[in-house]
Design a protein around this ligand. Structure first.
Ligand code: GDP
Length: 444
């Protein structure tokens, strides 16, 4: 994920500080030099680095730190607080109009606008809004089609007048359409260019005055580093944007843009894009991001992810079935499907405190994921009857058939059956413990 290099260097620096009982001014100066280099290497804007290090140094040199019993931790806290402030302090919320709200997405070509338009629409629908996507990019071949594909994928209507109508008129007509159809948020996907150009800026300004967007959100590709910062400055001067969305934070970007944009433009980062799927959108929380960079994990985001990905009712039903003796392979498949909605294991581990260390990163989780895929194949090769009644599998010819169908061996099938039986036994015990708390795990 983004910030890996920075996270590694900062954590290394602070490990050295934590190892010392008392800190001298020289220790802090050395650490600050390393912080400065780490930030510059992460492509953070040099002016931003300079003021950041000055602020941290001033606080770290204070007597509370030098005379404290845990000076290393105090320094980490100062850096954490300053990183949070650098990224905007508190979470910046979207603003809405009482009737129809317009969000205008702007940015260079390839930044991720169209993808983000879809993600944002899905995000809003989950919060009971009725979004409408509007295709205002009439220049890039296939841009309209791309938005239609996105809309179809998430079942959200897309307004278009083709590529022969002026984008200002499209935006106005989209508002009219939203009013008629009872949609309450219009998301405008506007054109981008490879570089900032006057004609485009004029067009965007005209759209802005025609439909008065509540938010003008600049979408920037975090992989572009310093350039993203320049782009943000330019767009902000001309359009007075209300916020920024950084995309592709899932890649191994150095993270500089995300750390510099707020300070340079004064505008908050409201969301981040963290993958190519429509659900890969996160509200940008400066404090949690600072925590992730410093290896403190991000349990809050993990919990929210679980809450939004997993259907609570389904999970509860599954939970109670797990504790009965009817629990079968169909339920097992459901449980696995719920788990998978949370995304790849390594992405989840990063959010758990202490799991973001370099040693953990070295772990090869692909084995666990391969094991899960194998289990799935085996279960898929069972008939519905077998899945519902695992006892039928006490039969060598069935086992052979399943092994063959799933490209595995009879041993693999046996291993799964045994694991399943053990799990069932444990679950049953837990179930009876819940009913009768005095009875221990081992029935005593
Ligand atoms: P636009 O020209 O600004 O509309 O950009 P697109 O929405 O077409 O995105 C350009 C490319 O970036 C596409 O291939 C997207 O799938 C990809 N993309 C967009 N957002 C993300 C993200 O958050 N993570 C990753 N990995 N890819 C993204």
């Amino acid at each position: 994920m983004a910030f890996d290099g920075l996270a590694e260097r900062l954590q290394e620096t602070f490990k050295k500080l934590r190892g010392k009982g008392k800190l001298t001014e020289k220790d802090i100066k050395d650490a600050m030099r390393e912080v400065r280099l780490a930030l510059l290497e992460a492509d953070v804007n040099f002016k931003v680095v300079k003021s950041f290090v000055a602020k941290v140094s001033e606080k770290a040199m204070g007597s509370e730190v030098l005379e404290s019993l845990t000076p290393g931790q105090q320094v980490v806290k100062i850096v954490h607080d300053e990183l949070t402030a650098l990224m905007g302090g508190a979470e910046a919320k979207l603003n809405f109009d009482p009737s129809i709200t317009v969000f205008m997405l702007v940015g260079l070509q390839g930044a991720g606008k169209t993808t983000m338009a879809g993600k944002l629409a899905l995000y809003l629908r989950k919060r009971n809004r009725k979004p409408l996507l509007a295709a205002c990019d009439i220049y890039r071949p296939a841009a309209i089609k791309q938005l239609q594909v996105v809309g179809k994928q998430i079942d959200i209507p897309v307004f278009t007048l083709g590529d022969k109508t002026n984008p200002v008129d499209i935006a106005k007509a989209a508002m009219e359409y939203a009013r008629k159809e009872g949609r309450d948020v219009v998301i405008l996907d506007t054109a981008g260019r490879l570089h900032i150009d006057e004609a485009l800026m004029l067009e965007l300004k005209n759209i802005k005055s025609a439909v008065n967007p509540k938010e003008i959100l600049l979408v920037v590709d975090s992989m572009t580093g310093q350039d993203a910062v320049n782009v943000a400055e330019n767009f902000n001067t001309i359009l007075d944007i209300s916020g920024v969305i950084v995309t592709k934070l899932d890649g191994d970007t150095r993270g500089g843009a995300a750390l510099s944009i707020r300070e340079v433009t004064g505008k908050p980062i409201k969301f981040s894009g963290t993958g190519e799927k429509m659900s890969d959108i996160e509200v940008f929380h400066p404090e949690r991001m600072a925590g992730r960079i410093l290896g403190m994990g991000d349990v809050m985001s993990l919990i929210e992810k679980a809450q939004s990905a997993i259907d609570e009712k389904e999970a509860r039903e599954l939970g109670s079935r797990m504790m009965t003796k009817e629990f079968n392979f169909e339920d097992y498949m459901n449980a696995m499907a719920q788990m998978k909605k949370l995304g790849p294991l390594n992405k989840l581990l990063e959010m758990i405190p202490g799991m973001n260390s370099q040693e953990m990163k070295g772990l090869d989780l692909s084995d666990s994921e391969k094991e899960m895929a194998k289990t799935e194949c085996i279960i898929q090769s069972m008939t519905q009857k077998e899945r519902r009644n695992p006892k039928l599998l006490d039969n060598p010819s069935r086992k052979r058939r399943i092994a063959k169908g799933s490209g595995t061996t009879v041993q693999d099938v046996n291993k799964l059956l045994k694991g399943f039986e053990n799990m069932k036994k444990m679950m049953k015990q837990m179930g009876s413990m819940q009913k009768n708390p005095k009875k221990g795990m081992f029935g005593k």
